[in-house]
Design a protein. Structure first.
Length: 347
């Protein structure tokens, strides 16, 4: 597409599996209305090209001139970083440490107006270094998840309440899966006083939390241990999950799309999550409201596949409608509300 600047899309090269395409015209159709001059193309255009043919194998490169060279993504990002102000560098450092930043907190920290901070955040978000959230921003999460310790701090109170509410939905004397995630770990913490549980997990932290409980048996999947978060992934974990048919499954997701797609980052982790979906009678999805604002590249499944969805705030209207249409029970665990999971489990 000669009308599109290669520099404008240098950070958005597309690589997809399977046999090469003979005709690229259908893929490039979204660019057909661009005027015959160098024009910036935002990432939405590139993503729309990907969505048009996800089953094809092609590396799409848009050039303006025959001899124009592709700008490597690393060089592009280095160029962006050199253009940041000292305050923006510090904001990015804080976001990497905590996972999220708030306008009011930053304004007080740097002794500037909220409008100045919003301008900084807008520029960082335009550079794809951060992603906007309500009242602030968080690390951009398009292809790589936030570090484990930062995820633990994100919405920590909300995850705790979600965990407590979820524990009330799980009775004593039953079997369940618990998969990878900081929210599912909060469910495990809320289950420690349950009795007669058989818990199968691919999460080392969940096993560590429940191991001291004398009335809970824990089976941990074999496979590759991710050093980043203690998750166990791979075919061995999938094979173990497939040997069970349990009463309940508690699963998490890194992002939930408006169309109900449950998304994550590691396709190996997703394979285990899909096996869990296929081998549990009652599936409970646990996710805080921040997951509605995030994106991730790998599809776990669809919200219609779960039986109960526990979150901390009312979801966007499309999600609410989807739950109603699909018969998914929506549970809102409000922050500041405590739940006695032991009593309700016994009942």
């Amino acid at each position: 597409a000669k009308s599109v600047s290669a520099a404008a899309v240098a950070r958005s090269f597309i690589f997809i599996d399977n046999p090469p395409i003979k005709n690229l015209a259908p893929l490039l159709e979204p660019c057909s209305n661009i005027k015959r001059k160098k024009t910036n193309v935002n990432r939405n255009v590139i993503e729309s090209i990907v969505r048009r043919n996800e089953s094809c194998c092609v590396a799409v490169l848009l050039n303006t001139k025959k001899n124009e060279k592709r700008i490597p993504e690393k060089d592009f990002l280095e160029s962006v970083m050199t253009q940041l102000s000292p305050r923006q560098h510090q904001i990015l450092t804080i976001a990497r440490a905590t996972g999220t930043v708030q306008v009011d907190d930053l304004a007080g920290r740097f002794d500037v107006t909220p409008q100045t901070i919003r301008k900084d955040l807008n520029e960082l978000c335009d550079s794809r270094l951060l992603a906007r959230t309500h009242g602030g921003a968080m690390l951009s999460s398009g292809v790589e998840n936030v570090a484990y310790e930062s995820r633990r701090q994100l919405a920590a109170d909300e995850k705790q309440v979600i965990g407590q509410r979820t524990a009330t939905l799980i009775p004593n004397n039953c079997s369940l899966f618990i998969n990878i995630g900081t929210t599912t770990e909060e469910v495990a913490r809320a289950l420690v006083r349950h009795e007669g549980l058989l818990v199968i997990t691919n999460n080392i932290h969940v096993a560590t939390i429940l191991m001291p409980c004398p009335k809970i048996d824990v089976i941990i999947a074999g496979g590759v241990v991710r050093r980043s978060d203690g998750g166990i992934v791979g075919e061995q974990a999938v094979d173990l999950i497939a040997q069970f048919k349990v009463d309940h499954a508690v699963i998490g997701a890194s992002a939930i799309d408006d169309d109900g797609a449950m998304l994550d980052f590691d396709y190996r982790e997703v394979r285990v999550a899909q096996a869990i979906l296929n081998n549990a009678r009652n599936i409970i999805l646990v996710a805080d409201a921040m997951k509605f604002t995030r994106s991730a590249p790998v599809r776990i499944g669809h919200l219609s596949q779960v039986d109960v969805f526990v979150t901390d705030r009312p979801p966007p209207e499309p999600i609410v409608e989807l739950c109603q249409h699909s018969g998914v029970e929506l549970e809102i665990a409000e922050a500041g509300h405590s739940f006695d999971s032991t009593t309700q489990a016994a009942q």
